[in-house]
Design a protein around this ligand. Structure first.
Ligand SMILES: [Ca+2]
Ligand SMILES: [Ca+2]
Ligand SMILES: [Ca+2]
Ligand SMILES: [Ca+2]
Length: 274
């Protein structure tokens, strides 16, 4: 036996890793069960062109390098497995989302508006390139333009579901690991007027991030996105712009392009004391 032989080369492409990973973690929990490990490693090793004769031996050696977490000894985290196959930067591409998930759709829409620079309702590869440049800068990681180009291709391969060369709203929501819809916690139907008023206060406060007493810019976007996604599983960037216009036409009584608290209350059929 050749003990110097490395079972898995340290370099692997993040998109390739992700492709294999998704077969094992279809609902993106971020870990797999220990009993699935053999199958996972077999898959990875075959993709790396490992000879069938050493497949079992290499799998055994890879497993030796793993430590399961004490609190969940039967689970293996994706991060740990990724460390075996990916470079630091590629790991970062897959994991920054899990470490800093976004919990507000207002913040999400701010990012969307910023990087959809031509307001096309999509994030093009060039726009994604700019997003990634800022992302690496923000995390104090030096990266060349050539590498950025490569990573843009990687992210497109992973997140551009319908393969039309551009990202939609829900693709970016996955990249940024946007958390659950804020509005889901509220019962929109029958409950007392008092309860509805209390809910309304909470909802307005959540979307009025700038605390101006009015929803403006991405605050309106975030509200529209969450509202629409209560009735439709995911909306496109183009839909969002359409719904935004409808909402403003309907609610923006004083035509200042913002939705004041009283305007939204009126819109939702609530009377609030001034
Ligand atoms: Ca665009
Ligand atoms: Ca697409
Ligand atoms: Ca505001
Ligand atoms: Ca207004």
């Amino acid at each position: 036996m050749d003990s110097a032989r490395e079972p898995a080369p340290g370099r692997w492409d993040a998109a390739g890793f992700w492709q294999v990973w998704q077969r094992f973690d279809a609902d993106e929990k971020g870990y797999i069960e220990e009993k699935e490990l053999d199958a996972f490693f077999h898959h990875m090793l075959r993709k790396l062109g490992t000879d069938e004769a050493v497949l079992e031996e290499d799998t055994r050696r890879l497993k030796q390098r793993l430590v399961t977490t004490p609190e969940a000894p039967t689970r293996v985290q994706m991060k740990e497995l990724a460390s075996m196959f990916l470079s630091e930067d590629e790991k970062f591409l897959l994991f920054f989302r899990l470490e800093t998930p976004l919990d507000s759709s207002v913040e999400f829409m701010q990012i969307w508006r910023k990087y959809d620079a031509d307001s096309s309702g999509f994030i093009s590869a060039a726009e994604l390139h700019n997003f990634l440049r800022d992302l690496f800068l923000h995390h104090h990681k030096a990266v060349s333009e050539a590498k950025l180009e490569e990573y843009t291709g990687t992210m497109m391969k992973i997140f551009d579901k319908n393969k039309d060369g551009r990202l939609d709203l829900n693709d970016l929501a996955r990249i940024l690991a946007l958390q659950e819809n804020f509005l889901l916690q509220f019962k929109m139907d029958a409950c007392s007027t008092e309860e509805r008023k209390r809910d309304f206060e909470k909802i307005f406060a959540h979307y009025d991030v700038s605390k101006t007493g009015a929803l403006e810019g991405p605050e309106v976007d975030g509200f529209v996105k969450d509202m629409m996604e209560l009735v439709q599983p995911s909306i496109s960037g183009v839909d969002l712009d359409k719904f935004r216009e409808i909402l403003l036409r309907h609610c923006d009584v004083n035509k200042d392009g913002k939705i004041q608290k009283s305007e939204l209350a009126l819109c939702l059929g609530l009377k609030i004391s001034p």
